[in-house]
Design a protein around this ligand. Sequence first.
Ligand code: PEP
Length: 249
Amino acid sequence: MRSMVAGNWKMNGTRQDATELVTAIAAQEDFQCDVLICPPFVFMQQVSSLIENSHIKLGAQNVDWHIQGAFTGEISVSMVREFGCRYVLTGHSERRTLFDESDDVVATKFKAVIDAGLTPILCVGETLSQRQASETHEVINRQISAVLDHVSSDEFSRGIIAYEPLWAIGTGKTATPDLAAGVHAGIRQFVAEVDCELAENMRILYGGSVNGSNADELMAMEDINGVLVGGASLKSKEFIAICKAAGAN
Ligand code: PEP
């Protein structure tokens, strides 16, 4: 399966930072993997122009699930689609914890993204205390089931899963390749209970303090089909090193 590297800039950077970062990445040869950048909404037009004619794809960090209307401050799927955005992160842990997005809301957003013809990247993962209580699989299976309750298995198959343990996000504590691969295998097994073929073809990314030094060993694992990168996606050298590692795996 072709690897994917998705960069989530979160709420960082200036217009100039965005131009410099994207220009440096787009100047590279094709990485032989899928490269995705999820900038803040206000930089989307700018990033979209800069990546025109390049191998880089555009994603959104979030969307509202309503089609349109009186939802002050929100952005719809069709709006981001107009800028060439083809992917949307759904259920990032910061959305779940800081903005109270429930499993149900995440599932509704996943469905809205599918309905718009875009690809949702469903983020799932456990907290440190849940891991210590051996609840990792229970938590992740619940997060996935909530989406499966809202969509058909065919619709689910059009999405991507990103395993992002909360204790590894922005902490510098990466999951070991074995630990991450074990969880990925568990996710695949859980999805296989719904549909074997779907599970086999499901892209599962790992996210949590990925950088240019650890990306290669993570993506060398059979069940890790790419990475979702926060902090290191803001540094061109790091991000390019991660993309090169993905292309080699
Ligand atoms: C993320 O926020 O999705 C993430 C993985 O962040 P970081 O790479 O900084 O841990």
